[in-house]
Design a protein around this ligand. Structure first.
Ligand SMILES: C[S@@+](CC[C@H](N)C(=O)[O-])C[C@H]1O[C@@H](n2cnc3c(N)ncnc32)[C@H](O)[C@@H]1O
Length: 211
């Protein structure tokens, strides 16, 4: 069976308008384990500035805010950002949080302005993976960490069960990270309480000298 590209749901249109609010509300529940896993992998400290690309209603941002770091959540869908702002006002997680309406392809952040960038259950929706990875590389400080987390799926899965990555799609995305100059690229499966996820990590190289 021919595997689909890692952004095989780039044409999904359910994050805007009324559907966007419904989708965002469903994402408020059951995402805590994903958020805890990426914060553990990122091993944050107070000097970090974290960028969450495709932050949705902001679960991972609010969780990491408890560590006192600076955070920016970006999402191209206004309903997601409205829910993220509302939940953050209600739950008061502390920390320094900003929300920006932007897609991965045009992050609207300065060069080398974030030390950690993560994206949870979002990369499989990015329309332009090369554009998105160029932007991630641009905004990360040298040595900065990128973490992409997706639900682990089976080849040929349909409907909701297909929203994520097979092992092959995760490996293909890892190869793209290497092509974009990231180092220490790793692909790893994790069994969480309710689901299995696959995580691809890489670091922006410290220096381009010698390349
Ligand atoms: C399944 S939701 C995941 C939301 C959140 N990260 C979570 O795990 O709860 C996918 C998110 O990716 C966002 N998204 C879609 N296209 C995107 C793009 N080109 N760049 C960044 N985010 C995008 C959607 O608006 C949506 O909020």
């Amino acid at each position: 069976m021919t595997e689909l590209a890692p952004n095989h749901h780039a044409d999904y249109r359910q994050f805007s308008g009324v559907f966007g609010y419904v989708a965002g509300l469903t994402m408020i529940i059951g995402r805590g384990a994903d958020a805890r896993l990426v914060t553990r992998i990122a091993d944050l400290d107070e000097g970090d500035h974290v960028l969450d690309i495709g932050c949705g209603p902001g679960t991972a941002v609010r969780l990491a805010a408890r560590d006192g770091v600076r955070l920016t959540g970006v999402d191209p869908a206004e309903p997601m950002l409205r829910l993220a702002r509302l939940l953050t006002r209600l739950r008061r997680p502390g920390g320094r949080i900003e929300w920006v309406c932007a897609g991965a392809e045009d992050l609207k952040l300065p060069d080398e302005s974030v030390t950690v960038c993560w994206s949870l259950a979002s990369v499989h929706h990015w329309p332009d993976l090369d554009g998105g990875l160029s932007e991630v590389h641009r905004v990360l400080t040298p040595g900065g960490l990128f973490v992409a987390l997706e639900k682990r799926t089976e080849p040929g899965a349909k409907g909701n069960a297909s929203h994520g990555w097979t092992g092959q799609q995760a490996e293909a995305f890892g190869a793209m990270l290497t092509d974009h100059g990231f180092e220490e690229v790793e692909v790893a499966d994790h069994d969480l309480a309710r689901r299995r996820v696959v995580v691809v990590t890489g670091r922006r190289e410290l220096s381009r000298s010698g390349r």
